[in-house]
Design a protein around this ligand. Sequence first.
Ligand SMILES: [Zn+2]
Length: 83
Amino acid sequence: MSGTRVAVRCGDCSFAATYDRLRDARTAVDDHESTTGHGVDWDIESLDAGVSRAGADAGVCGRPECANEDSPLVDHAPSEPES
Ligand SMILES: [Zn+2]
């Protein structure tokens, strides 16, 4: 796996960093949020746009309130039309 860059930026202080591994970025975000209580944004830059979308949809921190409810990856309810 290659070609992925994750830019992390805190909305509440000047904390910002770039990682080339999603796991490193997630660890840094979790650590900063748990330490400071700040809200950290991240942008996944990848050669594959689909990977970026999937990463964002997955939620940054794993808390339910962070999930993107508009995501097509989230199965809200059966979308099959009644027949
Ligand atoms: Zn911060």
